[in-house]
Design a binder for this molecule. Structure first.
Ligand SMILES: [Zn+2]
Length: 302
């Protein structure tokens, strides 16, 4: 693991890698793969400094952020015991200070498992208040239950820095916190946007209409230029949010048209193609489940 001072060269590398992978995917058999291959150079976790005191840690599979201050560290999603141990080691290379806070972005287990290593050193765990119902209704021993909850709009202050925790309502799940460190142009949006990739498309607990509202609210904010998602390349620019919004808008419009034409979900999955996104990473793997989620929105009203 090395600290890379982020420059435009990394952004270009990521774009080239994603493009190369999308071409490779386009030439594969029609049998849907479980996941698109990881681009070269993104398999091992890497620490990337995005702004003074603000780092992202992860590989192409999972990604979190952490904030280093003179009085301690604010970490975010621990992901798994192994990932958390690797992130802890990466933090130790930068500062001897303890991790004082762990902030969960949302409730999904693939991002919030494995935080015990931070609990053991005394960190306070924080999530949005709506996450608690998920953790209590379906407990997972790998997840440290939050010590505190927020409703959105709060800031976590440490060592003269302030991490703003924003809540935009239900979108990807119902307890997503978007984070921004004061004095930086970076938003941590986790699964709301996987830059230049379709990520997991749409899962059953995604709310497509509210997700669009959130993306539009993010686009309307002038106070950021870069986003960190929970997967993929170290960061995206504003066009990554717009691309995600366009995908959902075009998906919903296409599904509504075929729904009104009387097609069932299998028929519209076979028929619908979104040309603007065919070469975006993950399209072949995710378009089917995205269509099914949108179909349920028009069929069931949620
Ligand atoms: Zn998620």
């Amino acid at each position: 693991m090395t600290v890379k001072h982020l420059g435009i060269h990394i952004f270009k590398l990521a774009a080239v890698a994603c493009f190369a992978v999308s071409l490779a995917c386009a030439g594969t058999s029609p049998v849907k793969a479980q996941a698109a291959p990881i681009p070269a150079g993104f398999a091992e976790p890497v620490t990337t400094e995005l702004a003074p005191g603000l780092y992202t840690f992860g590989n192409f599979g999972r990604r979190s952020i952490f904030v280093v201050t003179g009085d301690g560290v604010i970490a975010t999603d621990p992901v798994s015991a192994d990932f958390a141990a690797a992130m802890r080691a990466a933090i130790s290379k930068i500062t001897p200070a303890p991790v004082k806070y762990v902030i969960y972005s949302h409730q999904h287990w693939d991002h919030v498992s494995g935080g015990q290593i931070f609990k053991d050193e005394g960190a306070t765990f924080i999530s949005h208040e709506k996450c608690l119902a998920h953790f209590d209704r379906h407990p997972n021993p790998a997840i440290v239950r939050p010590d505190r909850t927020v409703a959105g709009g709060e800031t976590i202050e440490l060592g003269g820095r302030a991490l703003k925790l924003m809540y935009f309502g239900p979108n990807h799940g119902d307890c997503m916190l978007v984070m921004q460190l004061d004095g930086t142009d970076v938003l941590y949006v986790n699964d709301l946007v996987t830059p230049y990739s379709l990520g997991l498309g749409m899962m059953p607990d995604y709310d497509p209409a509210e997700w669009l509202h959130t993306l539009r609210e993010l686009e309307a904010r002038p106070d950021w230029q870069r986003i960190v998602g929970g997967h993929g390349v170290p960061f995206g620019k504003r066009d990554a949010v717009t691309q995600r919004r366009h995908f959902i808008e075009q998906l919903m419009a296409a599904v509504k048209t075929e729904f009104d034409n009387g097609l069932n979900v299998e028929q519209m999955t076979a028929k619908i193609v979104l040309p603007e996104f065919k070469d975006v990473r993950g399209y072949d793997q995710q378009i089917g489940r995205a269509i099914e989620r949108a179909y349920r929105f028009y069929e069931m009203g949620w």
